[in-house]
Design a protein around this ligand. Structure first.
Ligand code: PHE
Length: 386
């Protein structure tokens, strides 16, 4: 294959730091703040973390390097990349087409969960979520997800924010936003870790996170850890192929991928440090699963001094993380439409946002208007149980 010649017309990341910020922005997401802690909590703590680290190193990282390299070699959207690189016209582009569809469908429910996170920033500002009784925080969460208008409107707010950044383009929009957001994310995370670690009895939470009990390991937990490694590093959906296509020619791909992987792992572990010591300190259960974020955490914050300040910070952190991930999820179909159909970036973005609002509404309404709509016996989005 000939060496790629970058198309000067094509937008891309402009600085080495920008590449890291954008790629890390994609990897860091609700996966770190929600999925990782809830899965670690339900799968026995440290032993799950151990398997997850091994899966990330052995499976996640190599796939990430390959995807980024493919994108950079072809300098095109995910489908065109596989079409260009496949030997003898083999139909590998079909795998990328599925990736574009997967990124779109993930985005359809991710925007809903992100909508709850955005809503929680404002709700915690008002102090309405503060109660040490998980029964009360659970009712507050149920009230939000069963209200069709609140669910839809918060999803639209998320789509508008992400769509507006995508409209600005790859360098000005994605790179510009993530370069500003990622440092803020780390500062908030560190503040929350210090808060959690200085609570009485914090050691128990740390032991849960770092002292492996290998008897708790099951085959199912190993499979879950591998799935998490894929989801965390945003691989298998054309995301890293698309971002790789915006990498600078002089960017060292394996080194960048390793740095992003390490930083992403650090964010997950710090999120665990911010959450588990506090959960144990106030006598809550770490095994709540997905409701950990929206039901247990508010109750934990309510139990500490200045709880609502820390709660606002916590949900701001989750919102920033989710935004970076959503930028990369939306960029996949936008780049595809833009480069394959000749639509302008603006038109491609508006169409993607419109379709996401339409298809995503089935996720937003899955706990209210569409609660009883169950094709094949399945709810449209088991978002709160994800
Ligand atoms: N990595 C993101 C997270 O942890 C999710 C994601 C998956 C983003 C796939 C892009 C593609 O939340």
């Amino acid at each position: 294959m000939s060496k790629s010649s970058p198309n000067p017309q094509r937008d891309g990341f402009t600085t080495a730091l920008g590449v890291i910020a954008a790629t890390l922005g994609s990897a860091v997401g609700l996966g770190n703040i929600w999925k990782f802690p809830s899965l670690t909590g339900t799968n026995g703590g440290a032993s799950f973390l151990f398997i997850y680290i091994i899966s990330t190193l052995l499976v996640g990282l190599p796939v990430m390097i390959s995807e980024l390299m493919m994108g950079r070699a072809a300098r095109a959207d995910a489908v065109t990349t596989l079409q260009k690189l496949a030997p003898r016209k083999q139909p590998w582009w079909l795998a990328a087409a599925l990736g574009v569809l997967a990124a779109f469908l993930i985005m359809a429910f991710y925007t809903e969960v992100a909508g709850w996170v955005f809503a929680y920033i404002f709700k915690s500002l008002g102090g309405g979520l503060l109660s040490t009784d998980p029964q009360v925080t659970s009712e507050a969460f149920t009230a939000l997800i069963t209200d069709p208008w609140q669910s839809l409107i918060w999803q639209w707010v998320v789509l508008a924010v992400v769509g507006a950044i995508i409209l600005l383009g790859v360098s000005k929009g994605i790179e510009g936003a993530t370069k500003r957001l990622m440092p803020i994310l780390f500062v908030i995370l560190l503040v929350l870790c210090v808060r959690s670690l200085t609570l009485p009895g914090a050691g128990e939470g740390l032991a849960f996170l770092f002292k492996p009990d290998l008897t708790k390991l099951s085959a199912a937990a190993v499979l879950t850890a591998m799935g998490l490694a894929f989801f965390k590093l945003s691989v298998g959906m054309g995301t890293m192929i698309t971002y790789g296509s915006y990498f600078r020619e002089d960017q060292n791909v394996p080194k960048t991928a390793a740095q992003v992987m390490l930083a992403d792992l650090t964010v997950s572990i710090l999120a665990g440090i911010a959450i588990f010591p506090a959960v144990f300190s106030f006598g809550f259960e770490p095994t709540a699963g997905p409701s950990l974020l929206f039901i247990t955490i508010p109750a934990v914050f309510a139990a500490m001094p200045l709880g609502n300040v820390f709660m606002v910070l916590f949900f701001l952190l989750a919102a920033i993380a989710a935004t970076g991930a959503m930028l990369s999820l939306m960029e996949v179909p936008v780049a595809f439409l833009n480069e394959r159909t000749g639509l302008s970036r603006k038109a491609a973005t508006l169409i993607t946002v419109g379709l996401l609002a339409l298809i995503g509404s089935t996720a937003a309404l899955s706990s209210s208007t569409l609660a009883n709509f169950k094709p094949f016996g399945l709810n449209m989005c088991n978002c709160s149980g994800w």
